[in-house]
Design a protein around this ligand. Structure first.
Ligand SMILES: Cc1cc2nc3c(=O)[nH]c(=O)nc-3n(C[C@H](O)[C@H](O)[C@H](O)COP(=O)(O)OP(=O)(O)OC[C@H]3O[C@@H](n4cnc5c(N)ncnc54)[C@H](O)[C@@H]3O)c2cc1C
Length: 409
């Protein structure tokens, strides 16, 4: 069977790309290393049929997010804005409003950064240092940036953060999808030829021809779209033969920040719904839903390392939860389902953040090679859009347009 275009990766970017190419009448084959669709979109479905919890992407950001058109308005649900928000600071769990009492709350500090981020080369830590913040304000803001960008503020570019925010066109509000966010990749993949559990180990390219080496043998096509996160190429898990040196350097400048998520199921239900942000840097964001026995832990940067360590020891995990979510004290852990993105060789982390000294890396990573190799994925938008599904989807469509033009030339 003839294959026009090979797409590597069945995450949001790869599937959006393949969908577009397929709808234009091209013969597209998607190779996906995992046994499932979605990549960093990974819904967990509790065994008792309870509502899904998200181990990767948490919400659809924005009322103009392309996800709305892809899944249809009938399946989208706006998340309530009045959910109870809590924080942990200095080991004490309290209402989030404490952050705005007599001090500058992190979200206000972040809005100031968006408005006046300072010169190229300035880190978020450097920017915070020049704001005259108190120790508590500065500590809270630093952890806020860590949990939103998955890297330490001393690595994060202040103008990069502001540019990414400016470049985002997804609008406002937060949404979920009936059946979980995994519904999005499932719908995108309908009717596509997706080979699950089929990693591409090596990709060779020459003028108008690519050869992918998979465990089932070689696959040839006219062009390929590479949507794997850059660390997968840097580690050699996907070897791209004759990749220009500038592209290799760009991939190295686009590491993914650390992230580790877990659904911890307890022997009792939550007495109330709440989202907690742990400003002490040990557990990230935690979410519980009234009447449900799960606590969802979404930890990034340093908190990801602390949760990863605790996942190896139930007592340590119980101890972390007890501080951040006090109703769990004395509860027995029944089950833990984790997604350790930082330790996952198929992602290499949670998502990309614009780093000091890596300006321009995403643009270079996105550039096609010889009208034969095309690149998509959230990292190709790093610094010019937010590192979320909307960027991944848009990058997939852009790469599809580029590939279409090339194969029709
Ligand atoms: C903890 C966390 C929270 C997040 N929160 C949000 C959020 O609230 N909202 C939001 O919009 N986004 C969020 N994101 C980001 C969002 O998940 C990503 O931006 C998006 O899913 C990336 O899609 P992608 O297609 O670029 O990459 P991926 O989803 O990583 O897809 C790449 C695919 O390539 C596959 N692959 C790798 N190597 C090979 C190989 N050799 N051969 C074949 N296949 C291969 C991978 O298995 C993967 O399926 C979050 C991410 C994480 C981790």
């Amino acid at each position: 069977m003839r294959t026009d275009i090979l797409v590597i990766g069945a995450g949001a970017a790869g599937l959006a790309c393949a969908r577009r190419l397929h709808d234009e009448g091209l013969a597209v084959v998607v190779h996906e290393a995992r046994p499932r669709l979605g990549g960093r979109i990974h819904s967990h479905h509790p065994a008792d049929g309870g509502p899904p919890l998200e181990l990767g992407a948490q919400v659809v950001h924005g009322d103009r997010n392309p996800a709305h058109a892809l899944v249809g308005a009938a399946r989208m649900r706006a998340l309530p804005r009045d959910v109870t928000a809590r924080i942990v600071q200095d080991g004490v769990e309290q209402g989030m409003s404490a952050l705005a009492r007599g001090r500058r709350a992190p979200w206000l500090v972040e809005a100031q950064l968006h408005a006046a981020p300072g010169p190229s080369g300035l880190s978020v830590a450097g920017w915070l240092g020049g704001r005259g913040l108190s120790g508590a304000e500065s500590g809270a803001a630093a952890e806020w940036f860590r949990q939103n960008w998955a890297v330490d503020p001393d690595l994060l570019s202040a103008p990069g953060v502001a540019a990414a925010q400016r470049g985002d066109l997804a609008g406002s509000g937060e949404f979920t999808i009936d059946g979980g966010l995994g519904t999005l990749p499932a719908l995108l993949a309908e009717g596509l030829d997706v080979r699950l559990g089929s990693p591409v180990r090596r990709l060779d390219h020459g003028p108008g021809r690519v050869t992918a080496h998979t465990d089932e043998g070689r696959v040839t096509a006219v062009a390929a779209v590479v949507t794997v996160p850059p660390p997968v190429v840097v580690s050699g898990a996907l070897s791209l033969t004759d990749l220009p040196a500038a592209k290799r350097a760009a991939a190295a400048g686009l590491p993914l920040g650390d992230a580790c998520c877990a659904v911890v199921t307890l022997d009792r239900p939550a007495p109330a719904s709440a989202v907690t942000l742990d400003l002490d840097g040990r557990t990230g964001f935690l979410r519980a839903t009234e009447g449900r026995p799960e606590v969802l832990v979404v930890a990034k940067a340093g908190a990801a390392a602390s949760v990863r360590a605790a996942l190896r020891d139930p007592e340590e995990l119980s101890g972390l939860l007890r501080v951040a979510v006090p109703w769990t004290a004395g509860a027995r852990i029944v089950e833990v389902t984790a997604a350790d993105w930082g330790a996952d060789p198929l992602s290499g982390g949670g998502f990309t953040a614009p780093l000091v000294g890596a300006e321009g890396a995403a643009r270079t990573w996105a550039e096609p090679v010889a009208d034969t190799l095309f690149f998509a994925g959230e990292a190709t938008w790093c610094g010019s859009g937010l590192p979320w599904m909307q960027s991944a989807l848009a990058s997939g469509v852009t790469a599809a347009e580029q590939a279409l033009k090339a194969v029709r030339r």
